[in-house]
Structures are given as C-alpha cells and as structure tokens.
Design a protein around this ligand. Structure first.
Ligand SMILES: Cc1cc2nc3c(=O)[nH]c(=O)nc-3n(C[C@H](O)[C@H](O)[C@H](O)COP(=O)(O)OP(=O)(O)OC[C@H]3O[C@@H](n4cnc5c(N)ncnc54)[C@H](O)[C@@H]3O)c2cc1C
Length: 382
C-alpha cells in the first residue's frame, strides 16, 4: 500500500512507465486477435499496473478513476492506453466504471473483496447492454437466479467478474433494475454476440448467457435504479471520450509519418489536412479535459450531465472529421489491411458508436437552451 503522502509521486511514476510502455508498444507488430495474443496483452497491462491503479488508495491503488482528485491523471491514463490500442482502452475504461460504481454504491465488504480480486490480477467488465432476451433477476423459494443474455460484452473470455444490470420483473419493461457483480468466465455460457464487427476485433466482444445462474444476495450492488442515477450515469462518458482521444493521437501520428515517408507532406493540400487534423485532435482534447474536470465537481448535476454529453458529441464529430481527412489524405493506402492505420481507423469508427447519440445531443441542447454552460473557471482542479 502506498502511503497517502506518496500517492502524487506514485501517480507520476505510473504515468511515466505507461508512456514508456506505449512508445515501446508502437514499435511492435500490431497484435492479432488470437486468444493467446489477447491474454498476453492483458497480462502486459496487468504488469504495468493498469488494473490496480484505478483502485481507491485505501485498497492499495492510485485512485486513478475512483478518487476525486486526479481527473487529469485519469484522462492521461485512458488516453495513453487508447493510443496503444482502442480495445485495451475499452477494457480498462469498463474496469474503471465497475470500480467506481462499486465504490459509490457498494458496501465496504463488497469493495474489499473486489479490491482483493483486482490485486490478484482480475479484470472486471461492465456488461449492461441486453440482447433480445434481457437479463432478469428472479426471486424464488430456492433463492435468487438470473435469466437472459447480455449482448455486447467486452473481453468476454477474460473478464473474471462482470457488473451487470438485471430487471426485477420480466413483464414490465421499465421495472426497477438492479446492479449485480457476478463471477463470469464459464465458457459454456459464452455466445457469439450480435455478429462480427468490422472494427475493435481485439476487444473480444461477445454475448454471455446468465440463464439459471444462481446469485447470492451479496452480489447485489446498491439499490434499485442506482445504475441510472445522475450525474454518474452520463458523466462517466468522458472516460470513453478520453480513450477515443488516444485513438485519435495514434491515427494523427501514423498519418503524418506516412505522408512524410511518401514525401507528400510538403504538398499544400496535405499540409492543410495535417493542420485540420491537428485542430480536430486539439478540439477533442480541450473538450475531454473540460468534461473530466466538471465531472468531479459537485456543481449542478444537470450542468455536469449536459456538458459531458456535449463533449461526447464534440469528440465524435472531431474523430469523424479526422477519419475523413486521413482517408482522403492517404487514399487507398488507408484501406490496406496490412497498414496499421487501417485497423486503427476501423477501430475508431466502431468505437465511436456509443448509445443514443441523438438523445445525448438534444438533451444537452434542451438543458442549455435557457442557461449557459458553466464557465471553465467555475470548476478548477481541487
Ligand atoms: C467494441 C464494442 C464493445 C462493447 N462492449 C460493451 C460492453 O462490454 N458492455 C456493454 O454493456 N456494452 C458494450 N458495447 C455496446 C455499447 O455500449 C453500445 O450499447 C453500442 O455501441 C451502441 O451502439 P449503437 O450505435 O447501436 O447505439 P444506438 O443507441 O442503437 O444508436 C444508433 C442510432 O439510433 C438512434 N436511436 C437510439 N435509440 C433510438 C430510438 N429509440 N428510436 C430511434 N432512434 C434511436 C441513435 O441516436 C443513433 O443514431 C460495446 C460496443 C462495441 C462496439
């Protein structure tokens, strides 16, 4: 356990190690989707401390993602990991989400036992997206058990415990929903998922069947509908945007390098594209920073939710602009499967598909129609 006074320097040391590892990773051949490769990648992230760094400092972590005092360090962590690989970013972003929700709504005993698992190397996943058969929690004379499937579940073969949502009544679509932290990893319950994605293939996303899985009452985290409580429910989206930003960093690097290697970087049209690509990345970075900072304040929850929602859409737009610029700038080369930028572009385009973007924008617009977003000076670093 790092003494409290040494936490800031331990965080700095962790970020330095991560930066070095990311630079090394970029010199290596792109990982394939072989399960062995994925397991090695995960072990590498475990070795770097990416799974324990988000734990609360009381449980031997660095509080990167769970503590209120390190939003920018958390941003850098997720950005670096997303820059290595967007699928790694998806895993760690989900893991942080689980640790946060358990910290916020779970009991001390639940937090303690989760921290113990993570210290032993466990990756957790947040699997909330239902398939056509939603997950239901049934209470019978013999105890609690689940039915149904989660349809999009990242790191399906590697997550040890998943935080899932389950409706408490199969007949009513808007019945109260509960969060449960349940052991997963039974290969016989893994299903192919909705289909093969054109990007994020390393994320190991599939479906998981919970039918007839008994669950003890201690698996329930918090109370009914805690998962949807604002601002946590929407504000957490900034962490996905931080991962996206890392993907944009990687694409921008590969784009400029390839133009330079092909001696096309001095052409004024390509220079204009480089300029616009830099503007897109920096715009995304400013929005993510604004969202990360406001998300850890106790300002009006509606302001937090709406501002993070705007940030999510702004980052999506800038990333889509970047994809267009790079595909136009590199031409067919950006579509060659042997070119690392092709995989990263596909991954980014896929990762950008987050839930309900229309509603995200219109709800933020409605909130800020008769009031301005808070000025950046209204929330600063603690
Ligand atoms: C690689 C990858 C890994 C993932 N891992 C996980 C995971 O581990 N756990 C997990 O829970 N989920 C996971 N997901 C799922 C993810 O969280 C989102 O649920 C999913 O990406 C939503 O995508 P969508 O574009 O289909 O969203 P939608 O919300 O279906 O949006 C598609 C379009 O429809 C519009 N729309 C939405 N609702 C309506 C409506 N009612 N009427 C009309 N239009 C509507 C939207 O605005 C948008 O324009 C993963 C997804 C990916 C791609």
């Amino acid at each position: 356990m790092t003494p409290e006074a040494d936490i800031p320097s331990a965080r700095t040391a962790f970020l330095t190690k991560l930066d070095t590892a990311r630079r090394h990773h970029e010199t290596q051949p792109a990982p394939d989707t072989n399960p062995h490769t994925i397991r090695n990648a995960l072990q590498w992230l475990v070795g770097l401390g990416c799974l324990t760094a988000p734990l609360d400092t009381r449980y031997g972590g660095l509080g990167l993602g769970t503590g209120p005092d390190a939003p920018l360090e958390t941003l850098t962590t997720l950005r670096q990991i997303g820059r290595m690989n967007l699928s790694f970013g998806r895993w760690i972003e989900g893991h942080i989400n689980v640790l946060r929700l358990v910290a916020q709504y779970g009991s001390p005993a639940q937090n303690q036992s989760l921290a113990h698992l993570v210290q032993k190397g466990a990756l957790t996943g947040i699997w909330v997206t239902d398939s056509q058969t939603p997950v239901i929690l049934h209470a019978t004379e013999t105890g609690l058990h689940l039915s149904g499937r989660k349809g999009f579940a990242s790191a399906i073969h590697f997550v040890s415990h998943a935080l899932i949502t389950a409706r408490t009544d199969s007949q009513t679509p808007d019945a109260p929903s509960l969060m449960l932290l349940v052991p997963v990893g039974d290969p016989s319950r893994i299903r192919p998922g909705p289909g093969s994605l054109s990007g994020m293939s390393l994320s190991d996303t599939g479906a998981y069947d919970f039918t007839n899985l008994p669950v003890p009452p201690e698996a329930i985290i918090g109370t009914a509908n805690d998962y949807l409580r604002q601002p946590e429910f929407s504000a957490g989206a900034w962490r996905g945007s931080a991962v996206t930003l890392g993907g944009m960093d990687r694409i921008l690097d590969l784009f400029r390098t390839e133009l330079h290697q092909r001696k096309r970087d001095t052409n004024p049209h390509q220079q204009a594209r480089i300029g616009h690509a830099l503007i897109a990345r920096e715009t995304a970075a400013l929005w993510v920073q604004r969202a990360a900072l406001i998300a850890q304040t106790d300002t009006t929850p509606g302001d937090i939710t709406a501002l993070v929602n705007l940030a999510r859409i702004a980052v999506e737009h800038t990333a889509l602009d970047l994809i267009t610029l790079v595909q136009r700038g590199l031409g067919l080369s950006a579509f060659l499967r042997t070119n690392p930028i092709e995989t990263t572009l596909q991954d980014l385009a896929t990762y950008l598909r987050q839930p309900a973007p229309d509603e995200t924008l219109t709800e933020a617009a409605a909130w800020f129609t008769l009031r301005d977003p808070p000025a950046p000076t209204a929330y600063t670093r603690p």
